[in-house]
Design a protein around this ligand. Structure first.
Ligand SMILES: NC(=O)c1ccc[n+]([C@@H]2O[C@H](COP(=O)([O-])OP(=O)(O)OC[C@H]3O[C@@H](n4cnc5c(N)ncnc54)[C@H](O)[C@@H]3O)[C@@H](O)[C@H]2O)c1
Length: 395
């Protein structure tokens, strides 16, 4: 009997449009899914670009009318890969049309947009998902399982940093530097990922942001003349005129978790020498973990229950099919995976959930991603008002 299928409508066709298209192409080849995706329609604004994208990636249709495209009765899943300020409009319209929605992170450019999305999801019949994709690195999923199994014991410290260095003064004023579009700079872009990872691995929630500092080092950038082709800045180039960058280039904050752990978070796009260093270390009374995306196949684990003379960091290559999350769907031991596989793993879990099965590890939905958005907001208020902010203030 033929497998059930679900038609997908993708919004956005640049960086995330490519990673998601690649995931739709590959997911059913590597995972045995209850529902297989069909690449039905890609929707966007530029007809020529969309037609080229459709041909390259194998979408059946391209549409410049996103509203009409998402409300097509044939569509079952709407994938929102557009900039942050339109996540709410796109996702809520899709939920109201009765579709499942997979939205890119951060959930929204503002807390009020995020709240409307969460509330729409509560009323909707469709399921919601957010592409917090680093949860789907096998090493990060393994860290989550270790914490859940008690291998870390009582957690004392969470130390997370997401460091990039691509955003020097020559990078023009792309949407990532425009608050009206992005909501924030490195904070919502990178900080959102490490907040989500810390919540996911510890299984605990942040209750207070104690202090936060936000800095915009490069206050003016050249206005974009020719647009991004995808990627982060994507080869966008600027003209002579300058415009204001009104987002943070870097944010640092301290926080407390409900079970007593204390935490530090740092996100920056100007950490010269660090191109995509998404790292987290968690120290508990029984053990500790360390992860750095630049070496993403490894989880480092320190077992403090061993005799002291045997204690030391173990570098676990999380590629063993029998033991490591998602690894059985890929290649033999130590035949390593990369960036794109997180998206494919996440898509496999979304399709499992749509088909009534459990994900390998928990998936963030709009309810869950709203909690990350509350932490982002608390850190922003803390930086602006130079005071501690309890999460219960952020409804
Ligand atoms: N999960 C991750 O690790 C990850 C990585 C990068 C980006 N993102 C997120 O993905 C989203 C998209 O980022 P990107 O890097 O792909 O950006 P991008 O600039 O490469 O692509 C954005 C796409 O959205 C389209 N678009 C822009 N404004 C639109 C509008 N008003 N209506 C319809 N379409 C519109 C553009 O034409 C383009 O196709 C953002 O929310 C970003 O934070 C997530």
């Amino acid at each position: 009997m033929a497998k059930p299928t679900i038609n997908v409508c993708l919004l956005g066709s640049k960086f995330m449009g490519r990673t998601h298209s690649n995931a739709y192409l590959k997911v059913a080849k590597f995972f045995d899914l209850p529902v297989n995706p069909v690449m039905h329609t890609v929707a966007g604004r530029n007809r020529a670009e969309l037609d080229e994208f459709k041909e390259r990636w194998g979408w059946h249709h391209a549409s410049t009318d996103w509203k009409q495209a998402i409300s097509d009765p044939a569509i079952g899943l709407v994938d929102v890969g557009t900039p942050n300020n339109v996540h709410a409009e796109h996702s809520i319209a899709a939920l109201e049309a009765g579709k499942h929605v997979a939205c890119e992170k951060p959930l929204a450019a503002s807390l009020s947009d995020a709240r409307q999305m969460r509330d729409a999801a509560r009323k909707a019949k469709g399921k919601t998902f957010v592409w917090y994709v680093y949860r789907r690195c096998p090493a990060v999923a393994l860290a989550h399982l270790f914490a859940k199994e008690g291998k870390l014991g009582r957690i004392y410290h969470v130390r997370a940093a997401y460091l990039q260095d691509w955003a020097g003064p020559d990078v023009p004023l792309i949407w990532r530097f425009q608050k009206g579009v992005s909501g924030s700079g490195s904070h919502g872009d990178l900080g959102a990922h490490i907040i989500d990872m810390a919540r996911f691995i510890t299984g605990d929630e942040i209750t207070e942001v104690i202090g936060s500092v936000a800095e915009t080092f490069i206050k003016e950038r050249r206005i974009v003349e020719s647009g991004s082709k995808g990627g982060i800045a994507g080869g966008a180039s600027g003209g002579g005129a300058m415009g204001k960058s009104d987002v943070d280039d870097a944010v640092l904050f301290l926080a407390r978790f409900s079970k007593g752990a204390i935490a530090s978070f740092e996100s920056t796009r100007l950490a010269t020498g660090n191109q995509n260093r998404n790292e987290i270390e968690i120290n508990g009374d029984k053990g500790a973990i360390r992860f750095n995306f630049e070496d993403m196949n490894y989880l480092e684990f320190y077992d403090a229950t061993l005799p002291r003379r045997q204690q030391g960091w173990t570098k676990i290559m999380a590629t063993h099919g029998g033991d490591h999350p998602y690894a059985a769907n890929w290649w033999p031991d130590a035949h390593i995976i990369g960036y794109e596989h997180g998206f494919i793993n996440e898509l496999a879990d979304m399709l499992a959930v749509i088909g009534g099965k459990a994900p390998v590890v928990p998936l963030p939905d709009f309810e869950d991603a709203y909690k990350t958005q509350q932490v982002l907001e608390a850190a922003t208020i803390s930086a602006e008002q130079r005071r501690p902010v309890r999460l219960e203030e952020i409804k």
